[in-house]
Design a protein around this ligand. Structure first.
Ligand SMILES: [Mg+2]
Length: 218
């Protein structure tokens, strides 16, 4: 395995963000947007089934009626194609838009999404179309290193929202002062998604926004 350089976080100022207010880092897929539903629709357009019966991605793609999932390499190619051409078609997560707008009254919002680089234009377009024109950073790998570089620039309280425990754990490890919250937008995924006592799990966006507000008020 090669050496993985630690990501260099851009300055908040260069992103148009103020360091005079709290900072909230928010994920997109399964937090602001219904990725699984959108990816499932995209796969259906390719004559494939997306079976949400476990918390997985490529292992859930099947040819109709097949007992074995599609090979992982083909799954990965479809995933990349989805982000290159269709990621602007996903539905916003229920309640996410008003909740984020409310949070934006009290905090700087930065969208931190693990998506292929080719997704940048369509993802930014999607955010803008739904009134969420906040700066967007596309990341790969665990989010802790870049999150630490970002939150380290502000003296104010910070919070981080994601659906995936590896990202939440990574941020908690690299930036212990940042309040972490887990949100799983897709109702079918909720019973399957692993949770942890380290991160409050709040699947209702209105309640999540309240909890974030309380955390960044401290
Ligand atoms: Mg996500």
């Amino acid at each position: 395995m090669g050496h993985t350089p630690s990501p260099v976080a851009p300055s908040l100022e260069s992103l148009g963000l103020s360091i005079d207010r709290p900072l909230v880092l928010v994920d997109v897929d399964e937090v602001l947007g219904l990725f699984m539903q959108g990816f499932g629709d995209f796969l259906a357009g390719h004559g494939l089934e997306f079976r949400i019966d476990r918390f997985a991605l490529f292992q859930n793609i099947y040819r109709p009626g097949a007992a074995e999932h599609l090979d992982l390499e083909s799954g990965r190619e479809l995933f990349d194609e989805f982000f290159r051409t269709h990621c602007h078609e996903i539905e916003p997560a229920p309640g996410a838009i008003p909740a984020l707008n409310r949070l934006a009254d009290r905090a700087e919002i930065l969208i931190l999404s693990n998506a292929p680089a080719q997704a940048e234009r369509l993802r930014a377009q999607w955010l803008k179309r739904h009134g969420l024109a906040h700066p967007l950073i596309l990341n790969t790998g665990p989010k802790g290193p870049i999150a630490a570089g970002l939150v380290g620039q502000t003296p104010h309280p910070t919070a981080f929202v994601d659906d995936l425990l590896p990202n939440l754990d990574s941020v908690a490890e690299h930036s212990p002062a940042t309040a972490t919250f887990q949100h799983v937008a897709d109702e079918r995924l909720r019973p399957l998604a692993p949770r942890s006592e380290r991160h409050p799990r709040i699947d209702d966006w209105a309640a999540l926004a309240e909890a974030i507000e309380a955390a960044i008020r401290r």
